[in-house]
Design a protein around this ligand. Structure first.
Ligand code: NI
Ligand code: MN
Length: 225
């Protein structure tokens, strides 16, 4: 499984020959808009954790370019279905077996309103069980619900927000990695704008002090899981 980082919570996952885009916010991100061309992205699926603009900005364009299926909560799925996109609605606690693996939509503590004020349901994260098992937390606080994940799934990677202010910060992300019982973490949702600027070296030190690995990728860089 190859995971490429496009800034904020935007990821491209390649697994079993399928292309999955997560939370595409590229054309409006000063860090990625010149480095990554939205029109060149391949996608069979687009996973959206919640409706905030820094997670969905390019979803419609990519869905229409590629014919990819948008997978999200019911309200977000209906929002994109009304725009003519192909969707797969889910809701919290539910799983579905796709051709690349089994996806569960799990709890997140956050909000989920579209930029125009319309209802984006409740926010979530995704657990993917497949070639490798990963947890995409989305925007969330540290929550005890994270302890439910390892009861069902042995994770190979946890993708956690670390930017603070709107989500968990570094110290809570270290605890989250304990809760999900996964010591390999890809940090996301940091340094995109002023509210979420962090000391990246300090973040990596905090994880290594706890015996964990925090991977931080440059825009367009990838990791193998
Ligand atoms: Ni958000
Ligand atoms: Mn966000």
């Amino acid at each position: 499984m190859k995971i490429t980082f496009y800034g904020q919570n935007s990821l491209a996952i390649e697994t079993t020959g399928k292309h999955i885009i997560v939370d595409p916010f590229i054309s409006g991100n000063p860090l990625s808009k010149d480095a990554v061309s939205v029109n060149d992205l391949k996608a069979d699926y687009i996973l959206l954790t919640h409706a905030h603009l820094d997670h969905v900005l390019d979803a419609e364009a990519i869905a229409k370019n590629t014919g990819a299926t948008i997978v999200s909560n019911y309200e977000i799925a209906m929002h994109y279905q009304a725009k003519g996109c192909t969707v797969h609605p889910m809701n919290h606690g539910g799983s579905w077996s796709f051709d690349f693996g089994k996806v569960k939509y799990v709890n997140a503590i956050h909000t989920s309103t579209f930029d125009d004020g319309s209802d984006g349901g409740f926010p979530g994260g995704f657990v993917i069980e497949g070639e490798k098992n990963i947890y995409i937390a989305g925007d969330t606080a540290l929550t005890m619900d994270m302890k439910l994940i390892p009861m069902r799934t042995k994770l190979d990677l946890a993708i956690l927000p670390i930017g603070d202010n709107f989500t968990m910060g570094i110290e809570d992300a270290v605890i989250a990695s304990d809760f999900v019982e996964c010591n390999r973490v890809l940090g996301v949702h940091y340094n995109t704008f002023g509210y979420i600027e962090i000391d990246t070296q300090g973040a990596q030190d905090a994880f290594s002090k706890a015996g964990k690995e925090l991977v931080l990728l440059d825009i367009g860089a990838f990791m193998e899981v």
